[in-house]
Write a protein that binds this ligand. Sequence first.
Ligand code: NAG
Ligand code: NAG
Ligand code: NAG
Ligand code: NAG
Length: 366
Amino acid sequence: MNCLSAFVFVAVLFSSCHAAILPSCTSNETVSSSAGTCSGDLAKFEYFGVNESGAEFGSDNIPGVLGTDYIFPSESSIDYFVDLGFNFFRLPFLLERLAPPATGITGAFDDDYLGLIKSTVEYVTGKGAYIAIDPHNYLIYNGATLTSTSDFQTFWTNLANEFVDNEHVIFDIMNEPYTVNASVVFNMNQAAIDGIRSTGATQLILAEGTSWTGAWTWTTSGNSDYFGNIKDSANNTAIEMHQYLDSDGSGTSATCVSSTIGAERLAAATAWLEETGLKGFLGEIGAGSNDVWFAFTQCSHESSAYNLFSMQAVFGALCSMQQSGVWIGASWWAAGPWWGTYFQSIEPPSGAAIADILPQSLEPFL
Ligand SMILES: *[C@@H]1O[C@H](CO)[C@@H](O)[C@H](O)[C@H]1NC(C)=O
Ligand SMILES: *[C@@H]1O[C@H](CO)[C@@H](O)[C@H](O)[C@H]1NC(C)=O
Ligand SMILES: *[C@@H]1O[C@H](CO)[C@@H](O)[C@H](O)[C@H]1NC(C)=O
Ligand SMILES: CC(=O)N[C@H]1CO[C@H](CO)[C@@H](O)[C@@H]1O
């Protein structure tokens, strides 16, 4: 990747970002331009790529206007990642745009919005890559939490029927539920799986838990009490979790916790996957890319130095996943045409994560 010539990391020698070390921050030291090394018997990801965000934007404008309130991914962005060797895209969309509230979640789909989803699906899968279609609704539809398993089963039966013939489509049941407990979320997932399989579809399904499906809280949120019992007649469901590396795990701050936080936050979830024999999928991971970690400003204003801990933390997370062998995929949050200067944007050509995170922390795991 020609990293050596691209970056010179100027950093001081300490391993975590705590304000306490500020007073001793008296010298810069050049550290390796690599985010790390990952050794052992590594299981490559079957699916590895990015979220392509945009079709779920403008959720306060339903249905909203294409190009004004929401947008679909650009073909050039998809080409860029496929050319690098990535083979997975996650496509968030809004339920209310696909199944308009006037006729409800079990009603007919909006032809235009479905057509746009299908265009992106066909573009991605035409390139040999995989695409997860993701109702990005937090289990909330038209202002109310979805709790009817039969309605949800009907919705997913209808949606799977649209894509049953495309083997590269992945069904991501529901993005980040958080308003109801793990038991309810589990039952909704099970209903969706049953609906999808009733169509004859055999593709990969991704099931997300409550508590924003956080990996770091998987074993304390109640999810681990239920999701071990998931039943799939096609034996092709993986558990999707998300993990951000800022202090509250929300992905809203560019400030890293430490260079090892990624692997640390995944450890309990990885152990649970090993115990249950289920496969994991890290559907969203993200960390600061232009992380202005204030302690460094004492020593260096080199922007590449600010990235170091985020890069190491993401690298360490993916390394631990491939070492464990229980994670089949991962995807960065996020690409998409409308992110602007968002610190996790990986939209080419100049999203904040393109310069360092992509070559240093993601591409080594292709
Ligand atoms: C989960 O929520 C449902 C619906 O509110 C409730 O009936 C059930 O008792 C809750 N289960 C647990 C384990 O808290
Ligand atoms: C399900 O698939 C996994 C591999 O993904 C395999 O190890 C396991 O034995 C299968 N289970 C059943 C019940 O077929
Ligand atoms: C650290 O490096 C920066 C950028 O090269 C420089 O401005 C700063 O003076 C250096 N600080 C120390 C303490 O060497
Ligand atoms: C952490 C993160 O990027 N969250 C985003 C997830 O997607 C929604 C909808 O696009 C955004 O509003 C969040 O900021």
